[in-house]
Design a protein around this ligand. Structure first.
Ligand SMILES: Nc1ncnc2c1ncn2[C@@H]1O[C@H](COP(=O)(O)OP(=O)(O)OP(=O)(O)O)[C@@H](O)[C@H]1O
Length: 590
C-alpha cells in the first residue's frame, strides 16, 4: 500500500504532462474523435488513480486506528508489568517517579507516532525517488537542488526537537506537581478536607502558578521554532524561484514544451512538499525516538530485591520463628540508620506486640520482613535461614499484613476479601468465614446485595463503609489469606472499644497456631499479647509479658500508669487522653 501511495503522485504527473501535450495538439490541429480520445484516456486514468488514492487514504485511517489500539495495549501492558515488577522503594524516590512519569507521558502515543512517521518516511521516499526520476531528464542539478534546499530546515528541525526534549526532561518534576495538585482538587479521598479547611483556592493558585510558568516556557520555545521554520521556508522559496525562472526561460527559448513546464511546476512543487514532509518525518522520528528512550530507560530498571539463584523451600509452618540478627538499615538517600545492630526474636506460634512512639521504627520492621527492603548489614532469619535465601514470592505468600491505612478497593464485598489470596480458588464459604472472624459479617448482611454489594461511591450502585468497617474488611482479607505469619499494623485504630474487645477475643482464637506480630499504640491490645516489646529510636528497650513489664516499673509501666490515670483502664478515651498527655512533652511517651 505504501508503495502504491508513494508512486501515485509521480504517475499522475506523467499523465498530466501527456494530457497537456495532447491538449496543445488538439487546440492546434482541430477537434476530432481521435484527438478527443487522446485526451479522454489520460483523464480517465487520472480519475481512476484519484479514486485509488482516496480509497487508500480512507483505508489508511482504519489501519492507523487499529495500529493505535494495538500499540497502546502493548505499551500500557509493558508499563503496568514493570510498575509491579520494580522494587517498592521505587515509589519512594522522586527521581524514580520522574522516570515513571516520563515513560507514561504519551509513551503509547509516541510509539505510534514513531511507527507512523517511519511508514510516512518510506512512502515519501518512494515518491521523492519517482519525482527525482521525472526531474532528472531536465538536469541532474534539479533533484539535487531540491534536496540541498532542505538542509537548513533539516538542521533547524533537529536542533528544535532536541531543545524541546531537553525542556520536557527538565520540567518533569514540575509537571508531576501539576498532577499532584490536580489530584488533590479532584480526588474523592481529599474532597472532605478540601472543603473543611477551605484550601481549594490555595491549591488552585499553586496549580495555576506552575502551569503559567510552564506555558510561558512552552510559548518561548514555540516562538523559536516558528522563527526557525520561517527562515528555512524563505530559503526554500528562493531556491524554487531560481529553478522556476530557469524552466520558464527554457520554454521561452522553445527547448521545452508547455507540457514539460506543467510537469516541472508540479514535480518541483510536489518535490519540495515531499522533502518538507520527509524532514518532518525525520524530525518526528528523532523526537519520538528521544522520548521513547525514556520508556526504555524505565523498562530497563531491574529490581534489586530478587530471588537467590537456588531458593530454599520456605517452611510451610514456621517452627522456631523470626530472628532479626544485628540488623542495620537506613532508607535510601538518608544518613541516619533507622535500625542499628538491631536484635529481636519473634517466636513461632505466639502473639507478639511491638509498642513504641512515633518514628521508633516499628513499620520498618514489617517492610524488612516482607523484603520491601534488604538490611544494610545483619540478617533476618526464618527458622534459622536468612530470608534472602527464599524466593521473594514464596516468602511473601507466607505473610499477611494488615497495613496501617488499608486500601479501599472498589469491587464487591466478596472480591474485596478474596483479593487477600488471588491464588486460592474463590470459595464463598471461606470468604464468609473470614468476614465472620473479622466481625464484619453482620454489616455485610445488611448491605443491599450482601456479599455482592459493590463498595465505594466512585462507580454506579456503590455503597460506602465507615473507616472502622473498611478496616475490618481489610482484616477479613488478611484472614482469608490463611498465612502462617500475621502482621497487623495498628489493626484496631479505627474501631470503637467494644468492637476492639470483641475482635481481640476472635483474634486470639484465630492466631492460636500462627505467628502474629501486632504493632499498636493501644495498651488495651498490647496487654493481651504473649510477649510485649517496647521499641524506642530503633532499639528494643524492654521485653516481657504485661505483668512482667509492669513489675519492672520502667518505661512500659510508666506509660501504662499514665494512660490508666487518664481514665478507666480499658476505655478508648483513656488511650487517647493518655497519648495526648504524653505527647505534650513527657519524655517517657509510648
Ligand atoms: N521511606 C522512608 N524514607 C526515609 N525515611 C523513612 C521512610 N519511612 C520511614 N522513615 C523514617 O524512619 C523512621 C521509622 O519510621 P517507621 O515508619 O518505621 O516508624 P513507626 O515506629 O512505625 O512510626 P508510627 O508509630 O508513627 O507509625 C522515622 O524516623 C521515619 O521518618
Amino acid at each position: 500500500m505504501l508503495l502504491v501511495q508513494g508512486l501515485l503522485p509521480a504517475i499522475s504527473m506523467t499523465l498530466l504532462r501527456q494530457l497537456v501535450d495532447n491538449l496543445v495538439v488538439v487546440v492546434g490541429g482541430g477537434v476530432s474523435w481521435t484527438s478527443i480520445q487522446k485526451i479522454l484516456a489520460p483523464v480517465g486514468v487520472i480519475g481512476g488513480l484519484l479514486l485509488v488514492g482516496e480509497f487508500f487514504s480512507s483505508a489508511g485511517e482504519w489501519i492507523r486506528t487499529a495500529q493505535s489500539e494495538l500499540v497502546h495495549d502493548y505499551v500500557t501492558d509493558l508499563i503496568h508489568k514493570q510498575c509491579v515488577a520494580v522494587d517498592y522503594c521505587f515509589y519512594e524516590s522522586s527521581e524514580d517517579n520522574d522516570k515513571l512519569n516520563r515513560a507514561k507521558e504519551g509513551a503509547s502515543g509516541r510509539a505510534l507516532a514513531l511507527l507512523e512517521s517511519t511508514g510516512s518516511l518510506l512512502q515519501n521516499s518512494i515518491t521523492l525517488f519517482a519525482v527525482a526520476a521525472i526531474l532528472l531528464p531536465y538536469g541532474l542539478w534539479l533533484p539535487m537542488i531540491l534536496v540541498v534546499s532542505a538542509f537548513p530546515a533539516f538542521y533547524i528541525l533537529m536542533y528544535l526537537n532536541k531543545i524541546q526534549y531537553q525542556w520536557s526532561q527538565r520540567t518533569t518534576t514540575v509537571r508531576r506537581w501539576l498532577i499532584y495538585y490536580d489530584s488533590l482538587l479532584t480526588g474523592d479521598q481529599t474532597a472532605a478536607e478540601v472543603r473543611l479547611f477551605d484550601f481549594g483556592d490555595y491549591f488552585q493558585s499553586s496549580y495555576k502558578k506552575l502551569h503559567r510558568q510552564l506555558t510561558q516556557e512552552k510559548l518561548k520555545l514555540l516562538k523559536k521554532q516558528t522563527l526557525g521554520r520561517f527562515a528555512a521556508a524563505i530559503f526554500v522559496l528562493l531556491v524554487s524561484g531560481v529553478a522556476l525562472a530557469w524552466m520558464g526561460r527554457q520554454v521561452l527559448l522553445g527547448i521545452l514544451s508547455l507540457g514539460d513546464l506543467a510537469l516541472f511546476v508540479q514535480a518541483f512543487n510536489q518535490g519540495q512538499g515531499i522533502v518538507k514532509s520527509l524532514l518532518g518525518n525525520l524530525g518526528q522520528i528523532y523526537r519520538n525516538g528521544l522520548f521513547i528512550s525514556n520508556l526504555f530507560e524505565f523498562l530497563q530498571i531491574q529490581p534489586k530485591i530478587v530471588n537467590p539463584p537456588n531458593p530454599l523451600p520456605v517452611p510451610a509452618i514456621p517452627k522456631q520463628g523470626i530472628h532479626f540478627r544485628q540488623v542495620t538499615f537506613r532508607y535510601p538517600g538518608t544518613e541516619k540508620p533507622v535500625l542499628e545492630n538491631f536484635n529481636l526474636i519473634l517466636p513461632a506460634g505466639k502473639i507478639v506486640v511491638v509498642v513504641g512512639d512515633n518514628g521508633a521504627g516499628k513499620s520498618t520492621l514489617i517492610k524488612l520482613l516482607c523484603r520491601f527492603y534488604d538490611p544494610e548489614s545483619g540478617s533476618i532469619e526464618l527458622d534459622g535461614i536468612d530470608i534472602r535465601e527464599f524466593s521473594v514470592q514464596e516468602l511473601r505468600r507466607l505473610i499477611t499484613v494488615l497495613f496501617q491505612s488499608p486500601i479501599p478497593y472498589y469491587t464487591t464485598v466478596s472480591e474485596n476479601i478474596a483479593l487477600g489470596d488471588i491464588w486460592a480458588a474463590s470459595n464463598q464459604t471461606e470468604i464468609e468465614a473470614a468476614a465472620k472472624a473479622s466481625g464484619i459479617d453482620d454489616k455485610i448482611m445488611q448491605l443491599p446485595q450482601g456479599y455482592n454489594t459493590m463498595l465505594g461511591k466512585l462507580f454506579p450502585e456503590g455503597t460506602d463503609l465507615s473507616g472502622g468497617q473498611w478496616q475490618r474488611l481489610a482484616l477479613a482479607r488478611a484472614f482469608f489469606r490463611r498465612a502462617q505469619i500475621i502482621i497487623l499494623d495498628e489493626p484496631t485504630s479505627a474501631m470503637d472499644p467494644w468492637a476492639e474487645h470483641d475482635w481481640l477475643e476472635r483474634f486470639r482464637t484465630l492466631a492460636s497456631d500462627r505467628t502474629a506480630i501486632v504493632i499498636t499504640h493501644r495498651f488495651t491490645l498490647a496487654m493481651r499479647a504473649d510477649i510485649i516489646h517496647v521499641m524506642r529510636a530503633g532499639q528494643i528497650v524492654e521485653s516481657g509479658t504485661h505483668d512482667e513489664l509492669l513489675a519492672q516499673d520502667s518505661l512500659y509501666a510508666e506509660s501504662w500508669k499514665s494512660q490508666m490515670q487518664a481514665g478507666t483502664s480499658n476505655s478508648f478515651e483513656s488511650s487517647v487522653v493518655g497519648s495526648l498527655k504524653q505527647h505534650k512533652g513527657n519524655s517517657t511517651h509510648l
